[in-house]
Design a binder for this molecule. Sequence first.
Ligand SMILES: [Zn+2]
Length: 196
Amino acid sequence: MPWDYRPWGCGGASKGSCNDGWIQFEICEDGLTDKNYFEATYKEACELTAYLCKMYGLNPKGTTSLNGVTVPVILCHADSYKLGLGSNHGDVYGWYKRYNRTMDDVRNDVASLLAGGNIFPTPTPTLTPTTGNNEVLGVGDSGSAVEKLQKDLLKLGYKLPKYGADGDFGEETLAAVLKFQEDNKLEIDGIAGPNT
Ligand SMILES: [Zn+2]
C-alpha cells in the first residue's frame, strides 16, 4: 500500500483511535524465540521508520495531540491502548521485552539514524594476515606489502581518494595509517609495524 494509506493497526478505544497520522508498530507473533530474526526485524523497522520520518518531516522523539491526549509520533499497539486510543493488545512488548528493547529504544535509534549515526554497524571485515609479517612500512616504501596495507585500509573504510592502492607509501597512505592508529588507540607514529 502507499505509505500515506490509513491502516487499522490499533483499532480504537474511549478517547479515539491512533489510526490516523502516526507511525504504528503492529506485529504478528510467532514463537518469538529466534533472536537473529528479532534483531533483523528491529533493524529494518528502525530503518523504515527513519525513512518515513525523513519523508514526512516527522520528529521521531516528538509528540502530537489527539483529543487532548499527548501521543508519541512513533508508537506501538500497546502504547495506543495505554493512552485510551487503541484496543487491548500487548504488542510489541511481549516480543521486545525478551530482547530488552522498548519503543523508546526505537525512538532513540531512529533519531540516531536520522542524525547520520551508524547504529547498526556492518561487521568489521576479516583481513587475511600476511604470514610472518614483521615488515615495518613507512613513507617512501613501495611494493606489494604496501599495496596490501593500502587494500586493507580501504577495506576498513579508510580513504585513499587520489592514489588508491598504488603500492607507494606516500602522504595519503600516511594520513590513513595515522587515522587508523588513532582510531585503534595504537601508537600514532605513521609507521605500519606489526601492531598496526
Ligand atoms: Zn496488535
